[in-house]
Ligand binder design. Structure first.
Ligand code: HEC
Length: 105
């Protein structure tokens, strides 16, 4: 088994860490996306198009972990959402944190 496969196996066994993801969110995302992910951060008022409310079932009906990862790393062209290139582990942690915003179904 190659060391790379070993590392991936080790990582997936540990799972993503939403708490680490929360720190990244606070540092990089909440200015626009808001403290609770509602799209109402202090910087959002000035934006022509506001980020969506990530605490609604409607938002989660349209996204997957993979689609979230794509938007986060590549951004949305033509919007204030720039890409945040990240290594797979911190990205998985961040997406795990975003998943904690999902309303109970
Ligand atoms: C400078 C403000 C700003 C920052 C910082 C920012 N975003 Fe965004 N983000 C936006 C805006 C505005 C949109 C909506 C773009 C559109 O649909 O035109 C968006 C869209 C998104 C979307 C797609 C869903 C949606 O709301 O349309 C995701 C997911 C997202 N951002 C995650 C993040 C994450 C995670 C971070 C931190 C790593 C982050 N964003 C940082 C402004 C920002």
């Amino acid at each position: 088994m190659s060391i790379w496969i070993f590392m991936v196996a080790l990582y997936s066994a540990q799972g993503a860490d939403p708490e680490a993801g929360r720190s990244a969110y606070v540092a990089k995302c909440q200015a626009c996306h808001g403290p609770a992910g509602k799209g109402d951060g202090p910087a959002a008022g000035a934006l022509p198009k506001k980020p969506k409310d990530m605490t609604t079932a409607e938002f989660w009906a349209d996204v997957t972990d993979d689609s979230l990862k794509a938007v986060i790393t590549k951004g949305k062209p033509g919007s204030a959402m720039r890409g945040f290139p990240m290594k797979p582990e911190p990205l998985a942690d961040l997406v795990a944190y975003l998943n904690t915003l999902k309303p109970p179904s």
